[in-house]
Ligand binder design. Sequence first.
Ligand code: ADP
Ligand code: ASP
Ligand code: MG
Length: 424
Amino acid sequence: MALVVQKYGGSSVADTESVKRVAHRIVGTQRAGDDVVVVVSAMGDTTDELVDMAGEITDSPPQREMDILLTAGERISMSLLAMAIHELGASAMSFTGQQAGLITDDVYGHAKILAVAPERIKAALRDGHIAIIAGFQGVHVATNDVTTLGRGGSDTTAVALAAGLEADVCEIYTDVDGVFTADPRIAPRARKIGRITYEEMLELAASGAKVVAERAAEYARRYHVPLHVRSSFSCEEGTWILGSYDEGDAPVEAPIISGVAHDNSQAKITVVGVPDVPGMAARIFEVVADAGVNLDMIVQNVSADASGLTDISFTLPADQGDTAMSAIYAVQGEIGYGRRLYNDQIGKLSLVGAGMKTSPGVSARFFGALRDAGINIEMISTSEIRISVVTRQDQLATGVEAIHTAFGLDAKQIEAVVYAGTGR
Ligand code: ADP
Ligand code: ASP
Ligand code: MG
């Protein structure tokens, strides 16, 4: 008998029919002899709709209230799913994040899990129930306030529970058959990856491949939780996310490239005419960090000798654009820069692969493919196993396909199926 944690994303429980369909799968797992813990997301695009509703009332909702609002989405799906399981003659109990023992800090909207104390879940399993847990939420240890873990956070809940319960596997059920070499919504020739390492998945997720949330991949790596990403709409074997290839389980050598990721949720800020003297970049990034903004790529141009001025550009999540622009405006007098430019019509395109560090010529082929596709590059950054560039947003999809083809990743026959979801 195994202990299985199954996470169902919003597109897998988009309506009551889907809830019933998922209930069948869950009960089937239990009847096959396993203990089952289920983490469920809000139905369909509920979370986005709740965010939109708050936006119709205020531009700056109090963060505490926002978290209470958003946790409501997962509470709807968890209770409906428990009812659907009862209808099938099995027994299920649903739990909020708080009841399930997900203890977090107090950073509303992006809370970090500090501890997992799943005593009630263990008791429910002992009593023969299926335990259903609302994803993406926890409780702040001191105030007892409800917190959310950030968008896509149900994946993190599932991995944290799998680690806390020492589950045999954490299955992430979604609307595609696994992790592909690119997002099948924009690269129909993407191929399903059979097995990938935590490091590669982490890098893909950090570059925008939202099929697994970045923090979930990080958590899984830290606690060695075996992840199986698969579709709730088919019975296909999905993608296994495990430790490095030399840890023993894979007979094959790691592929050079694991995939292409894209992200169109970023924006770019350029601070023009910054005095080229020590301390200026530090000051800009201090105020941006103090405002809680997560920076990604940074570029500083060579200063024009005559003027002694330089330009500094960086990318950040577009939803933090206003915050960062205001923070920089507040120090214009102190720093004495010229002006600020803001552009949210950008896209980030990344190529990820652990084999990159030992294979020459990857960069040349990457930039050559973008040139041949007529795509201009605005910024570049690299890590040991990733190359990323910023392009115009309307060229991003073309770029993904061009890179996918250039690295020989295209499937001979189309194998990717997108079963559901709006891609929102
Ligand atoms: P869920 O609601 O199940 O959490 P998400 O929408 O968060 O689902 O993630 C699944 C989606 O991730 C897919 O529908 C797909 O469009 C997108 N995606 C992006 N990159 C990839 C990739 N490399 N492989 C598979 N899916 C990807
Ligand atoms: N419902 C939340 C979101 O849409 C959490 C999740 O689905 O993982 O971000
Ligand atoms: Mg998701």
